[in-house]
Every structure is written in C-alpha cells, then in structure tokens.
Write a protein that binds this ligand. Structure first.
Ligand SMILES: Nc1ncnc2c1ncn2[C@@H]1O[C@H](COP(=O)(O)OP(=O)(O)O)[C@@H](O)[C@H]1O
Ligand SMILES: [Mg+2]
Length: 276
C-alpha cells in the first residue's frame, strides 16, 4: 500500500467529485462540522419515523429515524441484529415501509426505486457483496457509472486520487485485492455517480485497525467535499469520534441520538454500547 500518498494527501483540494452545482459555500479546509440543513429546514436526507420489515414478515423497524445533513457524517451503531442494515436498506428503497417517509432535500422519495434514488444523488455501499470480484478494479468503477452518459474519466481520476492504490491495481480483478482495498473499490464505485449522499454499511468490516483509520480518513475527506455520509459501523467508538451525529439503534428503534461527542461521553451509552 502506498503509505506516503495516503498520508500526504490530507485535506481536500477538489470538491468536483460532487455534482458540479455548488452545494453551499464550504471551501476546502473550511469544514466546520456544522452541516447546513437542506430545503424545508430539515436534514438533507432523512428516513423519518420508518416502520417496516421484509416482505410480509414482522416489522423490523419501529418508528426509526435517521438523518444526515450536507457534508455531515452521521453514524449508526447498535448491537448485531438491531436493524442497522435494514434501516439503510429502507432509506435506499430496498424495503417497503408500512409507516414513515424518506425525504431527500425536502422531497419525498419513499416510492422511488433504488435506481431512481441513485439518479437523485444517493450512493449506497451495501454490507456484503459490494464489489464485482471477477471484474477488474477499473471495470468496477465503470459499472458504478452505469447511469451516466457523460465523460466519467475525471471522476475516475478523482477516485484514483482518493485511493491511489486502486490506480496501481486498476487492471487487477477486485477479487484478488485485500479486504481494505476491496472496500476502497466499493466506495469508489459508489462515488462514480457523483452522489450527494454516500451511504456505507460497515465499510471497515474485517479490516485491520490501521486500514480502518485510513478508510475513516478518506471518508472524512469525501465529507469535506460536501457529500453527506450516512454510515453503519461496528467499530462504534472510533466511528463516533468522526461522527457529527450518532444514532444508537436497538431492536429497530432509536435508543440514543446525539452528536458523536455527546454519545461518547454519555455514561449509559458507554456502559451499554461502547464496552465501558
Ligand atoms: N433479508 C431479510 N429477510 C428477513 N429478515 C431479515 C433480512 N435481513 C435481516 N433480517 C432480520 O432483520 C433484523 C435486523 O437485521 P439487520 O438489519 O441485518 O441488523 P444489523 O445490521 O443491525 O445487524 C434481524 O432480526 C434479521 O434477522
Ligand atoms: Mg448489518
């Protein structure tokens, strides 16, 4: 792995990986952690009071609300089986809701297909099977851009700037890469549509602590370009450290919601969810 590039490439020189239209007056290096609300004075993306489950089965989500603002990092934590992935799928349109709504920039998108949500500016990296293992790294990125009809070269170069190792390995099959490199491919693939919101389900699953830190640094860098990050993480403590907002889900419902810092300092959250 090219450590020098990872470490030298701090800060954000280029916000054009987002949709070209300006999304606020944030400039490189000015990230304040205080995100701007979207239209209607509410968060840019919100899954609002979502209730629902799989097919005709019992409800998994109960009045569950998760949201993220522009350029903000929101992190969802909670025990295994709490419904974190289900909540992400609900926001992305992979689950029929029996109650609640999903709004993007003030507009209800609850009836849209996942593909239509991608066209609206959502990118989703699922928890599993998030790369095409028999395709090369570059082919994975091209697949990510399937909805685009314009020139994708510039965006691909931006992904390679963000993850230099992927450029070195661009002709290699994604299945031959390490876990951390595969996660970079998955994130890069989602960035190819130039999303406004990037949803990541356990992006650091199965990687070493060093690779986790590197991935978190890249995610912070993406957020600094104005892209909202909605992320599920099992490394709860480390994720809350970089979170503007955190959600603790238990049994499909919101248990705690606060800034990442406040959750890290909450004795009950620490005792019950962060190992003391
Ligand atoms: N495709 C599915 N069909 C039916 N039930 C599911 C499906 N995926 C997850 N579940 C159930 O939904 C609940 C929440 O799972 P999940 O959202 O994956 O939790 P988490 O991501 O927090 O570990 C669990 O009880 C799980 O068994
Ligand atoms: Mg999950």
């Amino acid at each position: 792995m090219n450590q020098n590039t990872w470490q030298d490439d701090r800060g954000n020189r280029d916000r054009s990986i987002t949709n070209p239209a300006p999304q606020g007056d944030m400039k490189p290096g000015e990230y304040s952690g205080h995100a701007k609300p979207g239209a209607a004075g509410e968060p840019f993306l919100i899954g609002d009071a979502m209730t629902g489950g799989y097919g005709g089965g019992a409800d998994i989500l109960h009045d569950c609300t998760i949201a993220v603002d522009k350029g903000e990092i929101a992190v969802i934590v909670g025990p295994n089986g709490a419904g974190k992935s289900t909540a992400m799928k609900a926001v992305f349109g992979m689950l029929d809701l029996r109650g609640g709504d999903v709004r993007l920039d003030g507009e209800s998108i609850a009836t849209l297909t996942p593909q239509a949500r991608v066209a609206k500016g959502m990118g989703f990296v699922p928890q599993t099977n998030n790369v095409f293992t028999s395709l090369s790294v570059e082919e994975n990125l091209e697949m990510g851009a399937f909805l685009r009809r314009d020139d994708i070269r510039e965006t691909m170069d931006q992904v390679y700037d963000l993850f230099p190792i992927l450029k070195d390995k661009r002709r290699q099959n994604a299945g031959e890469l390490s876990g951390g490199q595969r996660q970079q491919v998955a994130v890069g693939r989602a960035l190819m549509t130039r999303p406004k919101v990037l949803m990541l389900d356990e992006p650091t699953a199965g990687v070493s602590p060093i690779v986790m830190d590197e991935l978190f640094d890249r995610i912070i860098e993406v957020a600094r370009t104005g892209i909202s990050i909605l992320m599920v993480e099992q490394n709860a403590r480390q994720a809350l450290e970089i979170a503007d907002k955190g959600y603790v889900l238990v049994q499909g419902a919101n248990r705690f919601t606060d800034t990442g810092e406040a959750l890290l300092n909450d004795p009950e959250v620490r005792r019950s969810f962060l190992g003391g």
